[in-house]
Design a protein around this ligand. Structure first.
Ligand SMILES: [Zn+2]
Length: 274
């Protein structure tokens, strides 16, 4: 299967940029695979409003109230675990710029996966600071969202029917640098997807792949390095990644998102109180 290739309209990605890209793709897939009923931003807002609008519930009675309350709790858990997952994704990139790929898996467990998406990231450039590239990042995210939304792989007929679990894995050459101690992720020995599980690939490239860009935007970070001999970090990790490809391993992030699908109770939905 051909990968979906998205060329990012910029010379490089920062650590923060890479984390945000993975988060955006997870959000998009959660919605397109019907694990959440609305886009994540909208869903999160509605769920956060449950508590403040609790008086609405006073009009619902008996069993209806119990069922709606149960769904409310499930929706809150889904939002909380997506938020937790995003925090772990941020930490992984903060602590380890050698992350090359992320895999998003739909299925009860990773060993019974029904569908998977592998996101190949461009080399991360540690010489640049995400803060200085925030504006460009917003453009990149819109570009990625547009391309994926228009692709048959994402918008076509999904293999996943109904709510299931969503797992995120990261491939890295430096598992030791990952925040394992905090219990945020666990290394997997020789992980392989089930044979029947469709795997879609999303490959992200930068406009000037593999070449270091001028540091005029993030010059202050280079002050001390200028006085010393150039180090490997002056070049993105393309070469290193190539050499250590066979050393890379998958880590599973220790937060599994459970999909949520609202069901009407006596014609009443969670967000349309009786
Ligand atoms: Zn910069």
């Amino acid at each position: 299967m051909d990968p979906i290739i998205v060329e990012i309209n910029g010379p490089m990605v920062t650590q923060q940029c890479a984390a945000q890209i993975v988060r955006t793709i997870v959000e998009l897939l959660l919605y397109h695979r019907e694990q959440i009923p609305f886009t994540y931003g909208a869903f999160r807002k509605m769920v956060k409003n449950f508590r403040t609008n609790d008086s609405d519930e006073a009009t619902a009675h008996g069993m209806q109230k119990i069922h709606l309350r149960k769904q409310q709790n499930q929706a809150e858990q889904t939002v909380q675990s997506v938020d937790n997952l995003f925090e772990i994704i941020d930490k992984c990139f903060e602590e380890n710029p050698t992350v090359q790929e992320a895999m998003i898996i739909f299925g009860t467990t990773i060993y019974t996966a029904k569908e998977s998406f592998v996101v190949r990231l461009p080399p991360i450039d540690r010489n640049h600071h995400g803060h200085n590239h925030r504006h460009a990042l917003e453009q990149h995210l819109r570009q990625i969202a547009m391309k994926l939304t228009l692709s048959d792989e994402v918008s076509g007929n999904p293999n996943v029917k109904g709510p299931t679990n969503v797992h995120v894995l990261m491939k890295t050459t430096a598992a030791a640098a990952m925040p394992l101690n905090g219990g945020l992720c666990s290394p997997l020995d020789d992980y392989k997807l089930p044979v029947k599980c469709p795997q879609y690939r999303i490959t992200l490239t930068t406009a000037v792949n593999g070449t270091s860009s001028p540091f005029s935007c993030c010059k202050h970070l280079k002050v001390f390095q200028d006085a010393t001999t150039p180090t490997a970090s002056d070049h993105p990790d393309a070469v290193a990644a190539q050499e250590t490809e066979n050393l890379s391993c998958w880590l599973q992030l220790n937060e599994v998102v459970r999909g949520f699908k609202p069901t009407p109770v006596k014609g009443c939905f969670l967000w349309t109180p009786a």
